[in-house]
Write a protein that binds this ligand. Structure first.
Ligand code: PYC
Length: 335
């Protein structure tokens, strides 16, 4: 049997969402910074993304991470989705931390802690790991700054009157109240949420193209449906993030939680530094808080540093191959 590609990975899940870290088989990437390598990979090696993330080796929700090395941080990496590239990804940052621990590239000090910095295309994130003996029990990261770009944006062309807030937390989000949208935040509500979420994403991105949301820097990547409650005084944000028409974040979403923290502080529902729990539809939580920063975002929006804490679990270690006569050389995805 003759193979045309051989790639090794370590796979994990963070609150249910997969991260496939590529550990071997990627040729050297050109560029000095992670952003330059990220751009070079997209121009020259994009076929590795569908090969590893699409069926039959992956699926529509699979997220990958490529380790790059870094001149300014302890590690460098960028993230790939099945449809797109991600300047930052929270659940995959936690997955990467678990992978580095699994590979013995980070280990606890005598106080049961480890720390490292990670350069990603969106900036530098600092990670803090906590251990019980040699067992990793939590990974938290200080994310890139989060801010709200627009509030109460009326979403056009829906059957019901609905508004959203537009916020950034490493990726761009339209934040929509689930009950107002009639979205159930249960596994049984996913199909309806995907249909409505992808419509909202298209409508909001059309408004952005028309310049109607001036402070939105780019298209929104995702629509985050949320419901707020309190448990023993702690704010709980249950959330479901629609990434594409057939793809939702199984985790509470690290960058989405970051955007939500900026929204919650802006609305006065929590104060800076107040800890919340963000919860996915599978009832797994991230713990999160955000602290104010000196600098301001677009339109003088207050900016915050989000801190997101969770845990990933290793699910496998793989050698993927592609044989010479494979009729689906880069896999496939049905939308
Ligand atoms: O956790 O930030 C995140 C994320 C983005 C897309 C999938 N997960």
């Amino acid at each position: 049997m003759s193979t045309t590609r051989r790639l090794t990975t370590v796979d994990s899940h963070t609150a249910g969402h997969p991260t496939r870290v590529i550990t071997g088989g990627v040729p050297p990437l050109e560029g000095d910074t992670v952003s330059e390598k990220y751009a070079w990979f997209q121009d020259n090696l994009d076929e590795l993304r569908p090969l590893l993330l699409h069926e039959p080796r992956g699926h529509s929700a699979m997220v990958g991470a490529v380790m790059t090395g870094s001149q300014v941080a302890d590690f460098g990496a960028f993230f790939l989705g099945s449809y797109n590239y991600l300047p930052m990804c929270g659940h995959a940052t936690i997955g990467l931390a678990a992978t580095l621990d699994y590979l013995g590239l980070v280990s606890p000090d005598e106080n049961g802690r480890a720390a490292f910095s990670l350069e990603v295309p969106a900036g530098i994130v600092d990670l803090a790991l906590t251990y019980d003996g040699n067992r990793l029990i939590s990974a938290s990261f200080a994310n890139v700054p989060a801010f709200v770009a627009a509030q109460n944006v009326r979403i056009p062309a829906l059957e019901m009157p609905l508004t959203c807030d537009i916020a950034y937390g490493g990726n761009w989000y339209a934040l929509v109240e689930a009950d107002a949208a009639g979205v159930s935040l249960e596994p049984s509500g996913v199909t309806a949420a995907l249909a409505l979420g992808s419509r909202i994403k298209a409508e909001i991105n059309a408004l952005i193209d028309l310049g109607r949301i001036p402070n939105a820097g780019e298209h929104v990547h995702s629509v985050l449906f949320y419901r707020t409650s309190r448990e023993a005084g702690l704010l709980v944000s249950r959330q479901l993030v629609v990434l594409a028409a057939n793809k939702f974040d199984r985790s509470p979403c690290g960058t989405g939680t970051s955007a939500r923290l900026a929204q919650l502080i802006g609305l006065g529902e929590i104060s800076s530094g107040e800890r919340i729990r963000s919860r996915n539809i599978l009832d797994v939580d991230f713990s999160a808080l955000a602290r104010p920063l000196e600098q301001a975002g677009p339109g003088a929006a207050p900016m915050y540093r989000p801190y997101i804490e969770g845990l990933a679990h290793i699910t496998g270690q793989h050698t993927f191959i592609r044989t010479e006569n494979d009729p689906l050389p880069i896999g496939f995805l049905c939308r």
